[in-house]
Design a protein around this ligand. Structure first.
Ligand SMILES: [Zn+2]
Length: 345
């Protein structure tokens, strides 16, 4: 397909042009999280013709995702496909010229560096498609440390936010010093989310990313976009003086989220806890053999699941990257003890 024709409408935008399009086509982009924001981001970037798009996501497509996660359909739910895999399949049909590299993985301090390694080169930009503060603060630490631009985005109910975090400017912790405690903020599981909120926040993130990719990052005003679709209010918070001289991250360079091993997380609203006993990929055959004697085991292409005999009603989902989701409790210490009982870790 003739790229001049394919991207014609986009190259008419003055700050892109044919030269900008060439830079887009040579770019390496990392999208962390392929839920609602990540779907819109990945779709628009692939249509825009980025060179390589790496997608990292830990989840499986579920029925409640279909209302807003635009890369997935009912067959992905029926097939219990990981989001990264389902997204890559769809995106490959959208634009076969883009290298799409899906990773079914939970991003944590022990693997973010590896995920951001494009054959020895850094990504040109990282986009935040996550739904949790813990991962956003980790991205912020990593991107600031390595001087990589990243684009923050968030959407809950009808309210959204987005901003570019550029090297040398205010970072996420200049604005929001401490990560919120689990349960402190409203989430999509508790407050819901309207699909248009996602589309607007994610589309603005992609616009900022394209400016970075074409070499126009300096033209991005230091601003945080906030909006509420319920009232129609859009606001750009001026961040000219927001860079904090005692920011723990970008000023003192104390990268606490990067230097703390990822631990157990209670998965909000799902009566489940994610435990990560092994920092490295695990032997799925060995785990399957162990679990086959303690419950009903189902093997899938990308994970395995076991309904435990004891405690009744609990199940374990084991991923090749070393994660285990314990379904049946939101208590992290109970989840850890069950994992220790069956995995000895
Ligand atoms: Zn900062």
């Amino acid at each position: 397909m003739d790229p001049n024709l394919r991207y014609h409408r986009q190259t008419l935008i003055p700050w892109i042009g044919p030269a900008g399009q060439q830079r887009v086509a040579a770019s390496r982009v990392l999208v962390i999280g392929c839920g609602a924001l990540g779907c819109v981001i990945a779709d628009q970037l692939v249509r825009a013709g980025v060179g390589t798009l790496r997608i990292a996501d830990r989840d499986i497509v579920e029925t409640t995702n279909l209302q807003r996660q635009t890369l997935f359909d009912e067959s992905d739910v029926a097939g219990q496909l990981p989001k990264a895999i389902a997204a890559a399949r769809r995106l490959g049909q959208v634009n076969s010229q883009v290298v799409i590299d899906p990773h079914v993985v939970d991003i944590h301090s022990g693997n973010i560096e590896r995920l951001a390694d494009f054959s020895g080169q850094k990504p040109d930009v990282i986009l935040d498609g996550t739904d949790n503060a813990e991962t956003r603060y980790l991205i912020n630490d990593f991107a600031v440390r390595d001087g990589i631009p990243w684009v923050y985005g968030a959407a809950v109910a009808t309210e959204g936010r987005a901003m570019a975090v550029l090297p040398g400017r205010a970072c996420l912790r200049c604005l929001f010093r401490d990560a919120p405690q689990p349960g402190q903020l409203a989430t999509c599981d508790t407050a819901g989310v309207l699909a248009p909120t996602i589309a607007i926040a994610a589309s603005y993130q992609v616009t900022l990313a394209l400016k970075i990719l074409v070499g126009r990052a300096a033209d991005i005003s230091p601003q945080l976009l906030t909006f509420d679709l319920a009232t129609g209010r859009f606001h750009q918070l001026d961040l000219v003086d927001a860079k904090s001289s005692d920011c723990p991250c970008c000023a003192r360079r104390d990268f606490v989220f990067l230097n703390t091993p990822g631990g157990e997380v209670s998965l909000c609203g799902r009566n489940a806890v994610q435990v990560r006993p092994a920092p490295t990929p695990i032997d799925m055959d060995a785990i399957a053999a162990k679990l086959s004697v303690v419950g009903t085991l189902r093997r899938r292409a990308y994970f395995l699941q076991c309904d435990l005999v004891e405690p009744p009603g609990w199940s374990l989902t084991v991923f090749p990257d070393g994660r285990i989701i314990v379904q049946g409790t939101s208590d992290t210490s109970r989840a850890r003890s069950i994992v220790a009982r069956y995995f000895g870790a």
